[in-house]
Design a protein. Structure first.
Lengths: 113, 116
């Protein structure tokens, strides 16, 4: 059973601080990991993805992957009220059965002005 | 404007009445996929398509059909809808078909379906 676990939150962070979103996955065969952002009533949109151990930075966002611990995180620096959304962590896998992403249930992030 | 268009956006129907949710993308993407999103369950893949006439089951295909006769269109068909198919449905597409890259997906605005 492929599972991706996230704390549903809400996670409340003051404006300007670092928001840290965490995700764990059960399938060691998962190859790459994706962070999607979903505003209330809207569709998911990709923020970034990572497939190598370590950090990957894109602007104010940093994704971190630790395959040994089966742990993925997303850091948002200098958090803005516009970052308030639900963040979906997803793991991809290939081979046998469904071919695509397994999504976590999402973490609801609130940036307090 | 590059986009994935779903229709209708909202639909209320009754049990057993066949319906089709259309999905069209204007980006010449090869990979397309359907998801449903339910509270407490997250997004789950229903079906996907790697190209024209190539479709396959996702995690929750029961009660659904799809077709891919043209590259741009990927309709989702519910032949005999039941109340447990009440959900928010998203169509997505990707310009890539690689193992990792196909998961870089662009989502439509969603279709909220209620089956009474």
């Amino acid at each position: 059973q492929k599972e991706v676990e996230q704390n549903s939150g809400p996670l409340s962070v003051p404006e300007g601080a670092i928001a840290s979103l965490n995700c764990t996955y059960s399938d060691r065969g998962s190859q790459s990991f994706f962070w999607y952002r979903q505003y209330s009533g809207k569709s998911p949109e990709l923020i970034m993805f990572i497939y190598s151990n370590g950090d990957k930075e894109d602007g104010r966002f940093t994704a971190q992957l630790n395959k040994a611990s089966q742990y993925v995180s997303l850091l948002i620096r200098d958090s803005q009220p516009s970052d308030s959304a639900t963040y979906l962590c997803a793991a991809s896998y290939s081979g046998g059965g469904a071919d695509g992403l397994t999504f976590g249930k999402g973490t609801h992030l609130i940036i307090q002005p | 404007e590059a986009q994935v268009t779903q229709n209708p956006r909202y639909l209320i129907t009754v049990t057993g009445k066949k319906l089709t949710v259309t999905c069209s993308q204007n980006m010449n993407h090869e990979y397309m996929s359907w998801y449903r999103q339910d509270p407490g369950l997250g997004l789950r893949q229903i079906y996907y398509s790697m190209n024209v006439e190539v479709t396959d089951k996702g995690d929750v295909p029961e009660g659904y059909k799809v077709s891919r006769k043209e590259k741009r269109n990927f309709p989702l068909i519910l032949e005999s809808p039941s109340p447990n198919q009440t959900s928010l449905y998203f169509c997505a597409s990707s310009p890539y078909t690689g193992v990792v890259a196909k998961n870089i997906q662009y989502f439509g605005a969603g279709t909220r379906l209620s089956v009474l």
